[in-house]
Design a protein around this ligand. Structure first.
Ligand code: NAD
Length: 510
């Protein structure tokens, strides 16, 4: 970690720590370089917050929750604030998309879509909280009793996010947390914090009072402190399984609620019947490429595990390889680029090691399998890797079992529906998956049998703010979005009111 630290750059503002309405540098005075993954140059130097900053942010969020008006504001006021944030996101749509594209390497088209998705999430939770704020009257079986279950904010939330799609993760956790009346401290990934810094500024501009939204840019020690802090009531963690397990352990002694959005090893099942027409064949090839190579395969839901019916395997894989070879690589902000760089040199090294071990285990490289040469759109010094199709894979291979984020599509084959379902469920993860078939009965059967949190039929990478997102197995606990996405930021309280209090049985009457 110390390799990323650097002294304060005099010409660069480092006020990316936001505590109690004040943007300021880190207490330590140090900063961290944020690199452009397309060429390795320094994009910005952000404040390197530490445990002292985390403690100050939690204290501010605690005060704002315990003594401030926010948790008791009417839902109409909170909803109105969320709608103002949505409008500001759309006002800054272009600027935020460029920031996100430079920081993550993703294409501008993907980043525009994320700004729109986050806008949709703010609007959705604004509407939802208006309809879901009433209590539930419970019949106590006694006319002298009024019994009601109400839902209240949990308290101070620690929101910890990862580098893949930082704006999306921040927006999908902030919107329900605020709608429910919580206060929070957000720690974005130390690799890609820039769009989150912008979003926090928009919350203030929308009129959110000081202390409710706090931000600490910094490394994993900040996340670790937030996870154990006695004044934090809930931790939402998005990241890898190792980090999630540590967060859960740190949170246990103080009985915090813990929500985890972890990785996936996502199957994409193609049945031969769907490829019987040219149109179906093209749609399945197209969908498979998008599933695997969007965000250079670094999306948590990347459909990087293809299962294709044996009957069409050769034709399908040949076309995949041909098309994968012609995907236009380059800096995400450039017109016409379809696939950007990997996030870091470390991620690139991991992907290379993974392909090497797959080769050793017998996989056949049908496309990619190496870094591209520098061209007009691919700068030297960037972390680029060619979209790679690995044929002849099987479930014992490391490349099939492990959730390595990168542009690697593994190909397995199956002969029967039963075999396809067994293969697809043979993973410790369970985030998302897809099935391509023209047989409606089979589509529904397979979709119901897959142990994955989202299943697409004849599509991939689509979502709605009204629909829950989250994983089975080691892909996490809890759900974001949808009614469950709001419920997880609330606690219920049962209020029993005796309308006719009088002595019933006198304990000390003798
Ligand atoms: P990571 O687990 O290394 O880090 C995630 C975040 O947690 C970062 O902010 C990091 O600083 C912090 N962190 C790390 N160790 C911590 C600890 N011990 N205590 C508290 N905080 C800690 O993950 P990453 O490399 O940033 O992200 C990649 C992973 O995230 C992949 O596995 C990906 O699949 C997963 N992911 C899942 C989803 C989802 O919706 N399920 C979304 C995005 C990313």
């Amino acid at each position: 970690m110390s390799a990323h630290r650097s002294p304060v750059h005099p010409a660069t503002p480092l006020e990316t720590v936001h505590i109690d309405g004040q943007a300021r540098p880190a207490t330590s005075g140090t900063g961290r370089e944020i690199h452009d993954p397309a060429d390795g140059t320094v994009l910005a130097i952000v404040a390197e917050g530490d445990v002292a900053d985390a403690d100050a942010a939690v204290a501010a969020a605690r005060r704002a929750f315990d003594d401030g008006p926010w948790p008791h504001r009417s839902v109409a006021e909170r909803a109105e604030l969320l709608r103002r944030v949505a409008a500001l996101l759309q006002r800054d749509r272009e600027e935020i998309a460029i920031i996100e594209s430079r920081d993550t390497g993703r294409t501008l088209e993907e980043c525009h879509a994320d700004v729109d998705d986050v806008t949709g999430a703010f609007r959705y939770f604004a509407d939802l909280v208006m309809t879901e704020s009433g209590g539930r009257v419970v019949d106590a079986g006694d006319p002298d009793v009024h019994s009601v279950v109400v839902h209240e904010a949990v308290g101070v939330c620690a929101l910890i996010t990862s580098w893949n799609d930082p704006l999306l993760q921040a927006g999908r956790t902030i919107a329900p947390a605020l709608a429910a009346g919580n206060t929070f401290v957000l720690k974005p990934s130390e690799v890609t914090p820039l769009s989150t810094v912008h979003l926090i500024r928009l919350l203030a501009e929308a009129g959110l009072p000081a202390g409710i939204a706090n931000l600490i840019t910094g490394g994993d020690q900040v996340g670790a402190r937030l996870s154990e802090h006695p004044d934090v009531d809930l931790v939402s963690f998005t990241g890898g399984l190792d980090g999630g397990a540590k967060v859960a352990q740190a949170a246990a002694p103080t009985a915090k609620q813990v929500l985890m959005e972890l990785g996936g090893r996502n199957p994409n099942i193609v049945f031969a019947d769907f490829c019987a027409t040219d149109e179906g064949f093209d749609a399945a090839v197209d969908g498979t490429l998008r599933a695997a190579f969007l965000h250079s395969g670094q999306a948590r839901s990347a459909g990087s595990r293809l299962m294709v019916e044996e009957l069409v395997r050769e034709r399908f894989v040949s076309e995949l390889a041909r098309r994968a070879d012609s995907i236009r690589l380059g800096r995400g902000t450039l017109d016409g680029v379809e696939c950007g760089p990997l996030i870091s040199a470390r991620q690139l090294a991991e992907v290379e090691a993974c392909v090497t071990s797959a080769r050793e285990e017998g996989a056949v490289v049908r496309s990619g399998g190496s870094r591209p040469a520098a061209t007009g759109t691919v700068p030297a010094g960037g972390h680029f890797y060619r979209p790679t199709v690995l044929d002849g894979c099987h479930r014992e291979m490391r490349v099939v079992r492990e959730a390595v984020l990168g542009p690697i599509l593994t190909v397995e084959t199956f002969r029967t529906e039963e075999e396809a379902v067994t293969l697809a469920n043979d993973t410790e993860y369970g985030l998302a998956g897809a099935v391509w078939t023209g047989d409606a009965g089979r589509a529904r059967r397979v979709a119901r049998r897959l142990r994955h949190g989202t299943v697409w039929i004849n599509d991939y990478h689509r979502g709605l703010p009204q629909a829950e997102w989250g994983g089975f197995g080691r892909s996490g606990t809890g759900r974001v979005l949808g009614p469950t996405g709001l419920a997880r930021y609330r606690v219920s309280k049962h209020i029993w009111q005796n309308l006719n209090p009088r002595p019933k049985r006198r304990l000390s009457a003798g």
